[in-house]
Design a protein around this ligand. Structure first.
Ligand code: TYD
Length: 222
């Protein structure tokens, strides 16, 4: 796993100040290209002089490490409620130690997966997605923009099969269920991105979603 950038190697000498912090989350099924696209957006925002950090869930913290063991060793012996509680614990630490402080500093926070993944992946185990949403929103800030990178589940499966060791969360029927939960999501801050196109084109569509919103947030006094 690549380590997300935690501070911005800003190339511009003029840091653009925002009136408030800004939270952008990338979501989608495995193989939708989130990791590539978040890097591209991060680089572009840095180049343009924004103060930005990049994060990822599950995190590298104690709960995140426990979760990753679940991927490699399987879910046997762990109830779905317990699995859900691990993701919630990981996110609670993440919000407390990274996300809220960065937003308070008026930074742009980019996250590769957030609580919509919990709704989709743990919801696909049969847990109530609305209840999962409410549990998360009790402590986790609602994003300003959610970019949902969409590919057909068949594409995801093909990519996952090409990997040497698909994890326990990448079984075909399960992934189709996950994709269906994502498909049904509707939020005012959700933007769907067709991620079957070239990397360049997907990045351009993401930028078209981000740029106008960002300009409105710029602090003209800076
Ligand atoms: P990882 O390999 O880090 O993600 P990616 O494939 O996006 O690089 O594994 C993340 C896995 O964790 C992915 O299969 C989705 C799953 N997940 C959940 O089940 N619930 C959650 O709340 C989150 C954040 C992730």
């Amino acid at each position: 796993m690549s380590t997300p950038h935690q501070s911005s190697p800003t190339l511009s000498t003029d840091i653009k100040r925002l009136k408030q912090g800004w939270l952008i989350v990338f979501e989608g099924i495995d193989g939708s290209g989130k990791t590539t696209q978040i890097e591209l957006l991060y680089d572009r925002l840095c180049r343009d002089g924004y103060d930005v950090i990049q994060r990822k869930e599950p995190t590298d913290g104690p709960w995140g490490q426990k979760i990753r063991r679940l991927f490699s060793h399987g879910r046997e012996g762990i109830s779905r409620e317990m699995e859900l509680s691990w993701f919630l614990n990981d996110r609670r630490d993440h919000v407390t130690h990274y996300i809220r402080p960065a937003l308070d500093r008026h930074q742009i926070v980019l996250i590769d997966r957030y609580y919509f993944s919990t709704m989709a992946y743990q919801g696909a185990l049969g847990l109530d997605t609305r209840a999962i949403q409410a549990q998360n929103e009790a402590f986790a800030p609602i994003p300003d923009l959610m970019l949902l990178l969409q590919i057909p589940p068949e594409n995801s499966l093909r990519l996952v099969r090409q990997r040497s060791a698909p994890n326990q969360f990448e079984k075909p029927d399960y992934l189709k269920q996950v994709a269906a939960v994502f498909d049904h999501m509707q939020f005012p801050y959700l933007r769907r991105i067709d991620a079957t196109q070239t990397i360049d084109l997907v990045h351009r569509h993401i930028w078209q979603a981000v740029d106008p919103l960002l300009r409105r947030l710029e602090d003209s006094a800076s």
